[in-house]
Design a binder for this molecule. Structure first.
Ligand code: SF4
Ligand code: SF4
Length: 415
């Protein structure tokens, strides 16, 4: 089964299944989202606002924006959206503007990733061993402080920012015992497995207290393909994951994600299989078993990290406006840190610059600085985030501009 369509024709939104066109038309042009959008704040022109973007897409789908001149303008509009998801959080209709922009990008065939990075990340699905070798070698070279020199080579400029956010020491590989009769699955994100193994260990040990955990190492979730490839690539990757899940414990085992983005993506997996009822049913069944770290955090903690100064929570999810996981995290932090806890409003809340790591649009630095400013204004000592990549990105900026604060992933609460 492979869809012929390169993009999603229907979106599974929080308010139901809608065709792409209908979803875009549901934007009632109220404009409430404009003040939350960092791209609009930086360049307050209507096409840069989420409302403007949705209207541009509607006109495009109605065939009213054709021709080279329009295409160039639309591509510029697409690259200025960081997929930060702030607009969804404030929108009364929960219009999924970032999901629209992703489909728009596919319709215009406007990839954001440099080819070399695309093919490297794609190797995790097509040739995991080679991927493992390249990443481990890269980390080793980075320790010698010469990886950034390769950024001067054609097509490898993305290495410059990558070197900035990578850990300075070579992380030890994440290893967990092989489990032959598992009753639980842990799917570590790329960041947790390769760059932040302490986070992967924390998630693993939390699960292993009560379960026999199988770790699906170096396994692509399909999120990367969804964000940067066409839908056929994402379908292929997710199909493989569905079948593996089906063959492990008859498809009944919980599957733990440590990245809020992977979690949201897999929860929405059924939308990849619109028009293929059998696969969609499998995806629905699978999605019910996907869980997030907040679902397994202990009810009581033996030790709680101590912070003298405020503790912030910054949601950074690009795919869905609301989810139980996004609500659970601040509640847990509020209970633990009480008056010392500050939940950032979405206007100030930090998100991964440019939506998903490694890409640095011209506006990415401005977004990050805004986030650092929020941390500094609150005189925060720690910032909790929900993905390894957010921790790496924000950690890098804080080290540079506000080193008295540290970034923690929510899994770190487990010690
Ligand atoms: S995206 Fe939502 S908040 Fe923004 S204009 Fe449309 S309906 Fe209003
Ligand atoms: S995802 Fe972020 S940058 Fe894109 S339109 Fe929404 S608020 Fe603006």
């Amino acid at each position: 089964m492979t869809s012929r369509a390169k993009n999603l024709t229907h979106l599974h939104t929080t308010l139901g299944v809608r065709s792409l066109y209908d979803s875009v038309c549901f934007c009632n042009r109220c404009g409430l989202c404009a003040s939350a959008c960092p791209a609009y704040q930086e360049n307050p022109l209507e096409p840069n606002s989420p409302r403007g973007r949705n209207q541009a897409m509607r006109l495009f789908l109605e065939g009213k924006l054709k021709g080279k001149k329009h295409r160039a303008a639309l591509r510029a509009l697409l690259t200025s959206c960081s997929l930060c998801g702030k607009c969804v959080q404030v929108c009364p209709g929960q219009i999924p503007t970032p999901a629209h922009m992703l489909e728009f990008r596919r319709l215009l065939n406007a990839p954001l990733l440099p080819g070399s990075l695309f093919y490297l990340l794609r190797l995790r699905e097509t040739s995991p061993r080679l991927f493992n070798f390249i990443v481990r070698t890269g980390l080793w070279i980075n320790r010698l402080k010469i990886l950034s020199l390769f950024a001067a080579l054609p097509g490898l400029s993305w290495l410059k920012h990558t070197c900035e956010i990578l850990p300075k020491q070579t992380p030890k590989p994440f290893n967990a015992p092989l489990q032959t009769r598992p009753n639980f699955i842990y799917l570590p994100s790329l960041e947790a497995e390769f760059f932040l193994p302490e986070m992967a260990y924390s998630a693993y040990h939390m699960a292993a207290k009560k379960h026999r955990v199988a770790v699906w190492k170096n396994t692509a979730s399909g999120l990367f393909e969804y964000l940067y490839g066409d839908i056929r690539l994402a379908q292929k990757t997710v199909r493989r994951l569905l079948l593996r899940h089906q063959h492990t414990g008859n498809g009944k085992l919980p599957l733990l994600c440590d990245s809020i983005d992977v979690y949201h993506f897999l929860k929405q997996a059924p939308q990849l299989f619109e028009g293929f009822p059998a696969w969609q049913q499998k995806a629905q069944h699978f999605a019910q078993h996907v869980i997030f770290i907040t679902d397994i955090l202990p009810k009581r903690f033996k030790t709680i990290p101590h912070f003298e100064n405020p503790v912030l929570f910054m949601p950074s999810s690009i795919l869905q406006g609301t989810s139980p996981a996004l609500k659970a995290a601040p509640q847990i932090l509020q209970t633990l840190f009480k008056k010392n806890f500050v939940e950032c409003g979405y206007k100030q809340a930090g998100t991964i610059a440019a939506g998903y790591g490694f890409i640095r649009g011209s506006h990415a630095n401005a977004y990050q600085l805004q986030t650092v400013r929020t941390v500094a204004q609150n005189q925060a000592q720690a910032v909790f985030v929900l993905s390894g990549l957010a921790a790496m990105e924000l950690g890098c900026s804080l080290r540079q501009f506000y080193p008295s604060a540290q970034v923690r992933h929510i899994a770190d609460l487990n010690g």
